[in-house]
Design a binder for this molecule. Structure first.
Ligand SMILES: [Cu+2]
Length: 175
């Protein structure tokens, strides 16, 4: 019995959450440690609420987006934040986000975009194929756009910088 009392005393000193001593329960909350459920979880690149979808897309020097699929529901407001996290000069490596209408020939659009350097590779002649697009962002730059989710369906999005669309592409799925 003496031994149990000693263990009990040690346990109280260490302030564990639940201490049971010979039938007498003593509950103590640890002072310094927070329960793990209170720890804020890291926020991913896509945050969805009932009415909004917010996407943080990054483009890098490896010509990659960090987000290749976005899911939304008709009627939600979609916000796209694009950031170029690379370091290469803008003339060599810049990125945008161009959301195309369903049924658009992506390769044909990208081909036209190559000739549209003066307007950040967004060809005016193809504007009827574009639902929304950001600015072309160079290293460290970012841009934000918002638009209403289109009707249910699948929509391709690409970076229209020359040579990028083959890798820098994704799909918006509206349910
Ligand atoms: Cu790009």
């Amino acid at each position: 019995m003496k031994k149990i009392s000693i263990i009990c005393a040690v346990a109280i000193v260490s302030a564990t959450a639940l201490i049971s001593c010979g039938g007498n329960e003593t509950k103590e909350q640890p002072v310094t440690e927070q329960p793990t459920s209170m720890v804020e979880e890291p926020v991913g690149p896509i945050v969805t609420t009932d009415s909004t979808v917010t996407v943080h897309i990054e483009g890098d020097d490896q010509m990659k987006y960090n987000v290749n699929e976005i899911t939304a529901k008709a009627g939600q407001k979609i916000t796209i934040h694009i950031k170029n996290v690379g370091k290469l000069p803008k003339e060599a490596m810049a990125h945008n986000f161009v959301l195309l209408k369903s049924g658009t020939d992506v390769a044909a659009y990208a081909e036209k975009a190559i000739a549209a350097k003066d307007v950040e590779y967004i060809p005016a002649s193809e504007s009827d194929k574009v639902i929304a697009h950001t600015k072309m962002v160079g290293p460290g730059e970012s841009d934000t756009i918002s638009f209403d989710a289109p009707a249910a369906g699948k929509y391709d999005y690409i970076c229209s910088f020359p040579g990028h669309y083959g890798i820098m592409k994704g799909v918006l799925i509206v349910q």
